[in-house]
Design a protein around this ligand. Sequence first.
Ligand code: NAD
Length: 306
Amino acid sequence: MKILLATEKPFAAEAVKGIEQIASAAGHTVVRLEKYTDRQQLLDAVSDAEALIIRSDKVTADVVAAAPLLKIVVRAGAGYDNVDLAACSAQGIVVMNTPGQNSNAVAELAIGMMVFMARNQFSPGTGTELKGKTLGIHAYGNVGRLVALLAKGFGMNVIAFDPFVNSAAMEVDGVERVETIEALYSRSNYVSLHIPATPETRGSIGASLLGSMPKGGTLVNTARKEVIDEAGLAQILSERPDLKYATDIAADTQNELNEKFGTRVFATAKKMGAETAEANVNAGLAAATQIVDFFATGNTKFQVNK
Ligand code: NAD
């Protein structure tokens, strides 16, 4: 089978090597399309591919239509909002992600961003400590849970909101489950955001939630920019000069935010939560293994378009 590895932002070399080894050991061939600059290159490359591994690359309906042999798409990472699931399902294509494989990288970045904001972006002057502050984890999935565990090491009081995770699963981590999103924000000095971008969550974090945070409240977003109501964010940052916002996914209006709010806002230059050598290798190898297993045994454990 031909496995297309289409990565606009390539994997680390070690991850590519591992993917190729796993594929070739099972009799498959990996074709690489890296750093492509034109969508047409992807449309051409996918035309005879039976499997596709991507990162943040967009698999839209035109890509699916250009791939008559495609059986499986694996998004090497957690979020799969870059894949048109309906188009894939309509063509009988299985879509998978690789849950948990990059979570530690993202969790470490979230904690790092909290320290960075608490210390005024490492500029001279008096900052604050994380110890003793309340951290609200918004969505207790793979990343959220690891952030909670790291934060406990900093001596933070950790609470979490996730309607799909029960309190027993949080209690074993020493984390208090709160029943409402409003309670999470109104009690948290820091909120770490880990919700997926879905029709329900898009634009769901705005002025009223952020405005309910205690004095000096800081929102750290390593999830998706789409979940933020950017107009609401700008409004509340104007009304509440004590609030801060740090994100790994620059807002569409990031330049304006930076100009208006200076060091109270921060965005990484490029999404980098999963950009560690370790996460690259974990996610890449998991993607290759899942494809090999799918063709060998029909295993669809990580399918997200069931
Ligand atoms: P995950 O699937 O393990 O966890 C997502 C959690 O969100 C689940 O526990 C689910 O119950 C919860 N959830 C879903 N809808 C919710 C809602 N409306 N309210 C509250 N909770 C809700 O995913 P993860 O690995 O923890 O990753 C979380 C998100 O982070 C991903 O969807 C992705 O968008 C983003 N991400 C970003 C980077 C990066 O590079 N910055 C890397 C990996 C993941």
